[in-house]
Write a protein that binds this ligand. Structure first.
Ligand SMILES: NC(=O)N[C@@H](CC(=O)O)C(=O)O
Ligand SMILES: [Zn+2]
Ligand SMILES: [Zn+2]
Length: 346
């Protein structure tokens, strides 16, 4: 049995740090493990232009612990008013790595998102020209489409035509949740990839709904049936460079989750690599973890792989029931449970 595992330092290609008083908690949690992270722009108001991205980056950098070389990779939030010129200006800063498409109303703080996805052609052309990836929250938002079918419908209605109009566009289907998304990504060239979260690998909708409703497992896109979970697991351990680590760690205060109308999002950043290690080990594929966590993401983004390493040791430890979160508390994924891997801190 492997007792100790040394990996190239991983990166998180999908992360929510939020802002202001919670940054002193969210930034160190990720900076301890990850070399870089793609910082999601769904603040209120969102990060819509280069200037806002640089200002947000400064607020993040102010909370990076001394000695850490953590680098936040900033992202612009597409709205109906984003122009190709704004994309080029963001690229020119050298600090903005990607652009995020949230269909309006699809998820947390997405009300300023794009309302007419048919009008994205100029933006996609500018992105393809800059070599900047388009990151998508891939769900349609129509009332008549069942919440469990929204990802598949987005693939069929939006992404298939989009990639055929922009064959060289780099596209990341974020936090994929279905066998359909795995098949879509596999059917495309090397310019189309996907992130896979801890929660979508570890759980299916039964875990969330059988025996009582578990609000801390509620995230978007929502957990699907077990056959989809199995397809995601197979993709993650397949060794295909199209699938890489993106936690979608999305903290919401305890009261906002344990509520009559609870927020979507799971907090996993505190032990992201340990959580993935446990899943990969359970799937008999610990040897596939390093490429998924540390190689395929930078390769896709055309960035160098990290040159330092982290070490995990087999050691049981109990996840706290709650963690500090600004003036509030947060309930982490797997609160109160025992994890079996622990990252050594230098
Ligand atoms: N994934 C989630 O359930 N929530 C994310 C938004 C997102 O990534 O869709 C959040 O910002 O809370
Ligand atoms: Zn999303
Ligand atoms: Zn997210």
């Amino acid at each position: 049995m492997t007792e100790r595992l040394t990996l190239t330092r991983p990166d998180d290609w999908h992360l929510h740090l939020r802002d202001l008083d919670v940054l002193p908690h969210t930034v160190p949690a990720t900076a301890r493990q990850m070399g870089r992270a793609i910082i999601m722009p769904n603040l209120r108001p969102p990060v819509m232009n280069a200037e806002q991205a640089l200002a947000y980056r400064e607020r993040i950098m102010a909370q990076v612990p001394a000695g850490s070389r953590f680098e936040p990779l900033m992202v612009l939030y597409l709205t109906d008013n984003t122009t190709a010129e704004m994309i080029r200006a963001a690229k020119a800063t050298g600090k903005v790595a990607a652009v995020k498409l949230y269909p309006a109303g699809a998820t947390t703080n997405s009300d300023s998102g794009v309302t007419d996805l048919g009008k994205l052609d100029d933006i996609c052309a500018a992105l393809a020209e800059c070599g900047m990836p388009l990151l998508v929250h891939g769900e349609v938002t129509h009332n008549h489409v069942d919440i469990f079918d929204r990802e598949k419908q987005f693939l069929d209605d939006i992404l298939v035509p989009l990639v055929s109009r922009h064959p060289s566009l780099k596209l990341v289907v974020e936090h994929i949740t279905t066998a359909d998304a795995v098949a879509f990504v596999n059917s495309q060239g090397a310019n189309v990839g996907a992130t896979i979260t801890v929660q979508h690998l570890a759980y299916n909708r039964n875990h969330m709904l059988v025996g009582g409703i578990r609000p801390h497992l509620f995230c978007l896109p929502i957990l699907k049936r077990n056959v989809h979970q199995q397809a995601l697991q197979a993709a993650a351990i397949s060794g295909s460079a199209k699938f890489f680590l993106g936690t979608d760690s999305a903290p919401h205060a305890k009261g906002a989750k344990e509520s009559a109308c609870g927020c979507a999002g799971c907090f996993t950043a505190y032990a992201a690599i340990e959580l993935y290690a446990e899943i990969f080990e359970d799937l008999g594929a610990l040897d596939k973890l390093e490429a998924f966590a540390s190689h395929f993401g930078p390769d896709f983004y055309a960035l160098p792989r990290n040159t330092d390493t982290i070490t995990l040791v087999r050691e049981n430890w109990q996840v706290p029931a709650e963690m500090a979160f600004g003036h509030d508390v947060i309930v982490p994924l797997r609160a109160g449970e025992t994890l079996r891997w622990k990252m050594l801190t230098e």
